[in-house]
Design a protein. Structure first.
Length: 256
């Protein structure tokens, strides 16, 4: 298990939000923490700690009032830590290469591939061709409905018809180098991990997977390590002291 740091950017600020509260209308979200530091500050912190493989997420849609401010923050962070972080949020064939040129190690894609509830393999193959499989991460962030975890898109607001299960992981793994999976129902709540989801992901043992969502204490990390059979990496957001929480960043940076 590795610790994968994050920089979430919303309305031009580095934030930690309650994932399920995000709405495009009026750029709304319930904030857990709004940082006084900019994204470059966090990228520099991660670089100095030697933490690669973290992700930057743009939480405002392209074309919205705050997207330009989000983009400015993200590009500054990529310049600060070239090759050290991934970027996601509104990634498509038209902008993916730009982010790689700006210093992103990978682009993270959801909504471009999952449209109208279905996987669009033409888009998936196109973006794989644009950046290469080794630079592509698929975000399979999900919410539970009727006892199953369904992939959600458009900043976690829309359900697809596709479940996160072994069959889906097998289907998509040949196109990307990693999966990023936020458990959206507990994202930003620091209330405990989605144990059923973690157990299923840990039993798969394919390409690398980073789990995010619900980690609130060190015991949650140990639980995730066990349920994930040490196959899962972990992102901790709101629970970290650098985002107003109680888990020491120094401790998290040494997770192994």
């Amino acid at each position: 298990m590795r610790f994968r740091p994050c920089i979430d950017i919303h309305n031009g600020k580095v934030k930690q939000i309650v994932g399920g509260s995000l709405k495009d209308e009026m750029n709304q979200a319930v904030d857990n923490f709004v940082s006084e530091q900019d994204a470059a500050w966090y990228a520099r912190l991660y670089k100095e700690a030697g933490l690669t493989g973290g992700h930057i997420i743009l939480l405002n849609p392209e074309g919205s009032a705050y997207y330009g401010a989000d983009l400015e923050q993200a590009e500054a962070a990529l310049r600060e830590f070239p090759g050290g972080m991934m970027i996601g949020g509104g990634i498509h064939c038209g902008n993916a290469a730009h982010f790689i040129e700006c210093g992103a190690s990978h682009v993270i894609v959801t909504s471009y591939v999952f449209k109208n509830g279905q996987i669009h393999f033409d888009n998936l193959k196109a973006i794989e061709k644009t950046v290469g499989r080794s630079h592509l991460v698929l975000d399979l962030s999900c919410r539970k409905r009727n006892g199953k975890y369904y992939i959600v898109t458009d900043r976690w607001q829309k359900f697809t018809d596709k479940t996160v299960d072994r069959e889906t992981l097998d289907l998509l793994a040949p196109y990307c180098s990693e999966f990023l999976i936020h458990a959206v129902d507990v994202e930003g709540k620091a209330s405990g991990i989605e144990q059923e989801l973690a157990s299923m992901l840990g039993s798969w043992n394919g390409i690398p997977i980073t789990y995010a969502g619900g980690v609130g204490c060190k015991e949650d990390v140990e639980l995730l390590k066990g349920l994930g059979q040490n196959h899962l990496d972990v992102t901790i957001g709101s629970a970290l002291d650098i985002f107003g929480g109680t888990i020491s960043f120094e401790w998290a940076s040494k997770i192994s």
